[in-house]
Ligand binder design. Structure first.
Ligand SMILES: [Zn+2]
Length: 408
């Protein structure tokens, strides 16, 4: 209960007690209040605020917070940073699966047996349109949100521990080989054709390609520095997340030729004209623009690639398939996985070795060890070359957050 008392100046100060019993005063910066009632009112307000803060600190409010409210508090980490494909997948999963199921359920009422039932018998049960792959994604994202609650000490334990998920078939991921790119090229406009070719030379993620600034390319040393990404939803240029090392990618002469062609006679010191999220002024143009001079968006780039792959009658492709094509080329060419991981921006070399394990050369070595001689032929685009779960489109590992998005 707040009160007011007279100061030696004849004016008033308000008093209240902290939840721990300590007396505190409000004096309007030492001047005091002219009216007694004002002093008391201000003190009253301070007391309420102090009580609310203490409740949050002690988790009394938080354990009963609903999953939906919890997601609103933490979900940004998964949906605004890093690469836009992942963010889109996350938003879809939240609105289609997680919010309808858990949105109004308090965190501390999400019990292990409810989660188990959800996975084994209810909405996440594997059936048409609910593939094991998708179940893993949905559950992985949910588990990440719960783990955050445990980490923040909002929950004591995770109800997701020990839940068995359906087995995922190890299906090959599509990638764009040089020959597929050539076939698709006939159905791609020149700006998008160059973008695809550049991905096969550099392995950039779609957002990185669309946000590539001319001054990140060093024609003398032949290295490209990956520093910015274009974030479609917010339509701005964002520096790579801080926990990402800025990485360098070796530029082939073909890659440099593409850059020169895309830049044409544009002013190399003119800024890109886009907002940079860190507020810095930009003094360099974007390398890839559409033929109309607009920013290339990862989503549109991906749509063009998918269309072209359909028309060219090759396996259906997306923008990330260009990146996978680069990994596959390097693996087939025998580059060691560590160099591939460093230049490709994989935080874990395990993601890279998947590309190496399934090369034609690896197969020939294995068969040779079995005593079977195989003529070593270069099989371009053989099935399964990019086998395995793809790190770039899995938003679900709880060890990582998409500003990490390696998921990216
Ligand atoms: Zn810029």
């Amino acid at each position: 209960m707040a009160w007011a008392e007279k100061m030696s100046s004849g004016r008033f100060r308000g008093g209240y007690r902290n939840p721990d019993g300590r007396k505190l005063y409000v004096t309007d910066g030492g001047r005091g209040y002219e009216r007694k009632k004002d002093a008391k009112d201000v003190a009253q307000e301070c007391e309420v605020q102090a009580r609310r803060r203490a409740a949050v600190d002690e988790d009394r409010l938080l354990a009963s917070v609903t999953w939906g409210e919890w997601w609103d508090a933490i979900g940004d980490a998964k949906t605004t940073d890093g690469d836009t494909d992942t963010a889109r997948v996350v938003r879809n999963i939240v609105s289609a699966q997680l919010r309808p199921k858990w949105g109004n359920v308090p965190l501390n009422k999400i019990r292990h047996k409810l989660v188990k039932k959800w996975v084994e018998e209810e909405e996440l049960k594997v059936r048409p349109r609910m593939s094991p792959e998708y179940v893993h994604r949905v559950f992985g994202l949910f588990k990440w949100s719960i783990k955050r609650a445990v980490d923040e000490e909002v929950l004591d334990a995770s109800p997701c521990v020990g839940i068995k998920l359906p087995k995922r078939p190890d299906k090959p991921r599509a990638y764009i080989s040089v020959s597929r790119a050539a076939k698709m090229g006939a159905f791609l406009r020149e700006d998008y054709r160059d973008a695809v070719a550049f991905m096969l030379e550099t392995g950039l993620r779609p957002g990185e390609l669309c946000g590539l600034h001319a001054d990140r390319i060093d024609f003398d040393t032949g290295w490209l520095e990956v520093v910015e990404v274009f974030v479609t939803r917010r339509r701005l240029i964002k520096p790579c997340p801080k926990d990402y090392d800025v990485r360098k990618v070796a530029l082939s002469s073909k890659a440099m030729e593409i850059v020169r062609r895309r830049l044409g006679d544009r002013d190399p010191t003119a800024g890109c004209g886009q907002t940079h999220s860190d507020g810095t002024a930009c003094h360099s143009p974007l390398v890839f623009l559409t033929i109309r001079g607009r920013v290339m968006s990862p989503k549109t780039l991906s749509d063009h690639i998918t269309n072209a792959s359909t028309k060219a009658k090759v396996t259906r492709q997306t923008a990330y398939a260009g990146r996978r094509g680069w990994f596959t080329r390097l693996a087939e060419g025998g580059l060691d996985p560590f160099a591939m991981a460093a230049q490709g921006g994989h935080s874990d070399v395990k993601q890279t070795t998947k590309y190496v394990q399934v090369t034609a050369a690896a197969r020939a070595r294995t068969l040779a060890a079995l005593g079977e001689a195989t003529p070593l032929t270069v099989i371009e685009g053989h099935r399964g070359a990019a086998r395995g779960a793809d790190p770039e489109v899995q938003p679900v590992k709880d060890s990582e957050i998409p500003d990490g998005e390696d998921v990216g």
